[in-house]
Ligand binder design. Structure first.
Ligand code: COA
Length: 113
C-alpha cells in the first residue's frame, strides 16, 4: 500500500521548539536543526507521517511515535520502534519512505509491503 503527502514548509516557520516537540522526536529535531533551512526538513518528516496515515488508512497514528532516521548516505528510514508501532495488527512487514524538498514545498511517499 502507498501513501503520499505534500506540504508547504512555511507552516512550520513560527513553531516554537515546544510545538515542534509535540510532533517530532528529539532525534528529528536534532537532525533538522543542523540545517539552515530546518523547516524544509521538518516539513519532509511531517509529510512522511501524513503519508503513513494514508498508506495505513489510520488517523489514530501518533506522530511523535514515528521517527525518521537516516543512513550514513542520507537515505531516510523509520526506526525499528516506529515500524513495530505502525505495523502492529496489520499484515505488512516492511515500510519504505522517500522524501524530497524544493522551494517552500516538501513531499514524501510511504510504501508498505
Ligand atoms: C541524494 C540526492 C539524490 C538528493 O536529491 P536533492 O535534489 O539534492 O534533494 P531532495 O530535496 O530531492 O531530497 C532530500 C531528501 O532526500 C533524502 N535522501 C538524502 N540522501 C539520500 C539517499 N542516499 N538515498 C535516498 N534518499 C536520500 C533525504 O530524506 C533528504 O531529506 P531529509 O534530509 O530532510 O531527510 C542528491 O543530493 C544526490 O546526492 N545526488 C547525486 C547524484 C549525482 O551526483 N549523480 C551523478 C550524475 S553524473
Amino acid at each position: 500500500m502507498l501513501g503520499i503527502d505534500i506540504e508547504n514548509s512555511k507552516r512550520f516557520a513560527d513553531w516554537s521548539k515546544r510545538e515542534l516537540s509535540r510532533i517530532f522526536t528529539a532525534g528529528e529535531i536534532e537532525y533538522a536543526s543542523r540545517f539552515e533551512n530546518s523547516i524544509e526538513h521538518f516539513c519532509g518528516f511531517y509529510c512522511v507521517k501524513e503519508a503513513l496515515v494514508k498508506a495505513l488508512d489510520n488517523k489514530q497514528i501518533e506522530y511523535k511515535k514515528v521517527e525518521v532516521l537516516h543512513t550514513n548516505s542520507g537515505k531516510p528510514y523509520l526506526s525499528q520502534t516506529s515500524v513495530e508501532y505502525l505495523l502492529k495488527g496489520t499484515n505488512y512487514k516492511k515500510v519504505e519512505i522517500s522524501i524530497s524538498h524544493s522551494g517552500d514545498f516538501a513531499i514524501a511517499v510511504a510504501l508498505l509491503n
